[in-house]
Write a protein that binds this ligand. Structure first.
Ligand SMILES: [Zn+2]
Length: 138
């Protein structure tokens, strides 16, 4: 039975004629592997973070939830804000849900338009918003 040359080389560690290796080049392969691994890690960390934030429905890093809460609460006719949630649906689409408690005398359509204009503007860039208006008791 004839054995393959590879098997023979594994058994007989000294086969310089079939696989000549330069002693100075024996670190080239692991160094290239490490170098390319570092390049891949560096170039994919941002994508990985964005993907993880989308999967976890996290608040987008570029958005201040506290500032948005204050700006919504400062709209004319809004008494308070609760249940404010903002998350990234895709890398381009941001989604928001909020409850606004309004004065009983205020124009609810104006509040809705003002809130929609605020969140869909360039500052917050919300692609889809669900705004629930709740009328405060007198
Ligand atoms: Zn509510």
């Amino acid at each position: 039975m004839r054995q393959s040359p590879l098997y023979i080389c594994r058994r007989n560690r000294e086969c310089p004629s079939r696989h000549p290796v330069e002693p100075s080049a024996k670190y080239a392969d692991p160094l290239c592997t490490i170098l390319f691994s570092i390049i891949v890690i560096i170039t994919t960390v941002q994508l990985f973070r964005e993907s993880l934030a989308i999967l976890l429905n996290a608040v987008p890093l570029s958005l201040s939830l506290r500032t948005l809460h204050c700006e919504l609460a400062n709209l004319d006719g809004v008494r308070s804000v609760h249940h404010l949630n903002v998350w990234q649906h895709t890398t381009q689409q941001r989604v928001m849900m909020v409850h606004l408690v309004t004065d009983y005398r205020s124009d609810r359509n104006e509040i809705l338009q003002a809130a929609t204009k605020l969140v869909s503007g360039p500052r917050y860039n919300v692609w889809h918003s669900t705004i629930q208006l709740e009328q405060a008791s007198a």
